[in-house]
Design a binder for this molecule. Sequence first.
Ligand code: SF4
Ligand code: SF4
Length: 379
Amino acid sequence: MPKVFNWQLNREMEYPYEESRPDKQFAAVFNINRCIGCQTCSMADKNTWTFSKGQEYMWWNNVETKPYGGYPQHWDVKLLQMLGPGQWGNGSYHGKTIFEAPIPDDEAVLQPERVLGYLPTDEEYRFPNIYEDTPTGDWTKTTELPEHKLWMFYLQRICNHCTYPGCLAACPRKAIYKREEDGVVLVDQKRCRGYRKCVQACPYKKAMYRANSKVTEKCVACYPRLEKGVAPRCVVACVGKIRLQGWLHTQEKAEPDNPMDYLVHVAKVALPLYPQFGTEPNVYYIPPRWAPRPFLRQLFGPGVDEAIKKYTDPDETLFGLLRLFGTTESIIRRFLVEKQEATGYNEDGDEIIKMPFDEPMYIRPAYDPQFQIERFNEP
Ligand code: SF4
Ligand code: SF4
């Protein structure tokens, strides 16, 4: 099997295909600290893409309550158990990825599997938001930073448009492909024969089988919008303004004035979800500052402590960039923070948004009953 470099693990790993990266990669950053669990993103996505017969159970965007929630239920716990223990040390991951772990023998499988995974049962898809708002911990203790004793948080999930997609690796028909122009991972509906190897292999369970058309469907990153310089529906609709979408480069080619590069590679405040799975996912999270660190390290890797420190006490550039989240439909290609103002520019270099650090305050004139009476009597 070819060896490819996974920067999130800081090591080479096995993958069925050669390393091939787009010049710019679709990426998004979700700030967990700001999410209010309103599910507007889930509904925006459903109303756009999965409102038809056969798609009833499909939530390409879902928001689950951690630690107990999950859609499909237990998706992460199940795979972590299959993968077995792994450890981070000296800046690298020492453990098996889903492409390297031994596949358990299964007599029902005629063809050897390429990727460690499992097919969720119908029961596991029954409740899209099971354990909503259910906390864990000690009910008798107060909730004080840095770690609440009673805690929960919302985890927003879409397809990660992975650099090394598990779904793509597992497809025997080569029906799944990664677009050269932006790294978006799509299913060729004409080639797909509905073997569901992708459903089994996606560690995030974001490839979904449609029973009436007998093919797989998945989040398409709203690519018709991307092609017009407009961010996906779930990003634009977000009430909490927790989402920013853009283009990510590799560490070596990172541009400090590109919002994604800055958050992921420069400030390192946004981290991948379960990097140990090995797919190099391209949705990044600012971890919730109140949750227990060992739990967060398991989800987001060893960068959690530094990321929370940075987020809690941001410098001017980070503070400004965080203010640009959720402020414009257009994709912000570059940003500039100076003089207590954050400015976003599009692909052509045109200014598309400006946000002052302090929003202006307008004081209305004091209440004047005589003025109100006169206005009421105006013809
Ligand atoms: S999240 Fe799953 S469906 Fe999406 S690209 Fe990665 S492996 Fe494929
Ligand atoms: S719309 Fe935004 S705030 Fe609401 S649940 Fe989705 S990510 Fe969270």
